[in-house]
Structure formats: structure tokens, C-alpha cells
Design a protein around this ligand. Structure first.
Ligand code: ADP
Ligand code: MG
Length: 286
């Protein structure tokens, strides 16, 4: 069934992020609910053509661990995406509510996100923007990666914007390297961002900066490229500490792949003690 964005009625604003706004919408004829992401920045025609071409590839990416994209539309320069609606919101919302997420839940979250990354990397897609607000939950116990490809689109114009600093916070050291042949980087960059995201969930604040430190570009770059990689507190389990240190190796070549990490004892533990990630959603469901 092909969707027409003109048939979508906006219900409420779910959130606004770098470059766009996300609305909860209902399809007039089927009553189905979607999330509609609108990139407000008006792009030149050739950039829009490139965006649409890239989106063709992404529309074909289907996995239970990726937020599905049902359509991409270009209305007079404004590009919008019709996305699977995730009724539990994002890990960033969970953190606002619970402050931290315990290892038991994190292990399950990790497994599902790794399965999503495994799919993307197998299809030669680097996500580039793994962070708490791009990992979404629903009440069917599912955790999914959102915004793959959208970040590719935003990268076209966002480099100059302030909001880009927020996105850079989860960037791996090699992505800051000006000699790193034109900003080329691989799958290992997503593994770094995953490690940082999980550590943030465990400790309840962004790990690379001290509380109160300004998250501006120079401070971040110094912390990420010159400092030692952050690590979990001593009372974390040895499995979690080891998992994080595997992800947060500054040398990209030493970071394990998503496939290898799926066999890590921290992830295996989630299979021994299954838990329901939807429990995280109490009081949160949008
Ligand atoms: P960011 O990822 O930087 O927060 P986005 O524009 O991607 O910015 O998303 C803004 C907010 O919209 C998210 O933080 C989330 O709360 C909400 N959102 C995004 N995608 C979805 C979705 N598929 N289902 C439900 N809520 C969503
Ligand atoms: Mg997002």
C-alpha cells in the first residue's frame, strides 16, 4: 500500500531535534498511527535528488530492530519521512524519567541494538548517529534504531549548525581526525557511539564531560581525542566494564564488530535472565 503524506493528520508534536520536527500523525483512511519527521531546512534541487536517491536504499532496509521508514516525500523543498511510530519514545526519554538504566535492562537493550547494527553493517550502511535519542522502545518489548539515513541527509547541510555539536558528542576519535582522509570512517564508529550511549544510560550523564562542563566543540574534541576513554564505575559488573572497554577503544581497528559483540558475556547474560524492556516505560508511554 502506498502512503500519501497528504492523507496524514497531525495529532501532536513528539519532539524536535537537529534539523527537524517529529509529529504523531494518523492516516485518514486506515486510522494507522505513524511518526512524521519533517526536515525544515530547504535544500537545493540537486541535494534533494541525492537525498531521495539515498532514501531509496534505506526504504528497502527492513529489520525488526530498525524503525521502519514507509515513505519519503519532497514538497517544495521540504523533505519528510513517514516512520513507524514507537509508543515508548526514546532511551533519552527513559533517562529523563528514571535517570539511569540498570544493567539487567541494558543487556537486553544492547542485544537488540547490536542486531540492528549487524543488519545495517551487513548492508554496508554506517549509521553515524547512534545516541540515546535515536534508540526507540515500544510496549512490545522492542528496541529499534531510528534515523539511519536521516543522518546521512542531515550531514549535507548541518556541519555549520550549532545543533551539530550535540550530534558530535557521540562521535568516535577517528571522526575528528582532519587527516582521516576526508572524514571517511567505518562501522567501528557506530560501535564507539553505542559504547558511549550505554555508558551514559548506566551512569545517568554524558560520560566524556565532567558535570557542569560546557559541551562545546573544543571541549568535546579534547575530551574525546586526548583524554582516556571513559569507563563504568567500579561497582559495575566485570562483564559490563569489559563490554564498554571493548567499544571505547580509541584505535578503531581494535573495536569488535557488532557480530562479535553479540557473543560477549554481557549480552549472553541477557539471555540467561530475560527481562522486559517495556517495564522501563512505566509512566512514559506517549
Ligand atoms: P533527535 O534524535 O536529535 O532527538 P529527532 O528529530 O530525530 O531528533 O527526533 C525528535 C524526537 O522525536 C525524539 O527525541 C523522539 O522523542 C521523537 N521521535 C522521533 N522518531 C520517533 C518515532 N519513530 N516514534 C516516536 N517518537 C519519535
Ligand atoms: Mg533522532
Amino acid at each position: 500500500v502506498s502512503l500519501d503524506d497528504l492523507d496524514l493528520d497531525r495529532k501532536s508534536l513528539l519532539g524536535a531535534g537537529s534539523g527537524g520536527k517529529v509529529y504523531k500523525v494518523v492516516h485518514r483512511w486506515t486510522g494507522r498511527i505513524y511518526a512524521l519527521k519533517i526536515i525544515q531546512e530547504k535544500h537545493e534541487l540537486d541535494v534533494r535528488r541525492q537525498i531521495m536517491r539515498e532514501m531509496e536504499i534505506l526504504l528497502r532496509a527492513k529489520s525488526p530492530h530498525l524503525v521502519e521508514c514507509y515513505g519519503v516525500f519532497d514538497r517544495g523543498g521540504e523533505v519528510s519521512f513517514v516512520l513507524e511510530f514507537m509508543d515508548g519514545g526514546t532511551l533519552a526519554d527513559v533517562l529523563k524519567f528514571h535517570r539511569t538504566i540498570s544493567e539487567r535492562y541494558l543487556a537486553e537493550v544492547t542485544k537488540q541494538v547490536l542486531l540492528g547494527l549487524l543488519y545495517l553493517h551487513k548492508h554496508k550502511i554506517v549509521h553515524r548517529d547512534i545516541k540515546p535519542s535515536n534508540l526507540l522502545i515500544n510496549c512490545r518489548q522492542e528496541v529499534k534504531i531510528g534515523d539511519f539515513g536521516v543522518s546521512t541527509v542531515l550531514a549535507h547541510t548541518l556541519a555549520q549548525c550549532n545543533s551539530f555539536v550535540g550530534t558530535c558528542a557521540y562521535m568516535s576519535p577517528e571522526r575528528f581526525d582532519p587527516d582521516g582522509n576526508g572524514g571517511e570512517y567505518g562501522y567501528a564508529a557506530d560501535i564507539w557511539s553505542l559504547g558511549l550511549t550505554l555508558l551514559e544510560c548506566a551512569i545517568g550523564r554524558f560520560p566524556c564531560l565532567q558535570p557542569g562542563e560546557r559541551p562545546d566543540w573544543p571541549t568535546l574534541m579534547c575530551a574525546i581525542c586526548l583524554g582516556d576513554p571513559p569507563s563504568p564505575p567500579p561497582d559495575a559488573s566485570p562483564e559490563f566494564r569489559n563490554f564498554i572497554s571493548c567499544c571505547l577503544q580509541k584505535d578503531a581497528g581494535r573495536r569488535p564488530s557488532a557480530e562479535m559483540l553479540l557473543t560477549h558475556p554481557f549480552v549472553k547474560k541477557s539471555e540467561l535472565q530475560p527481562c522486559s524492556v517495556s517495564t522501563l516505560l512505566q509512566g512514559l508511554v506517549v
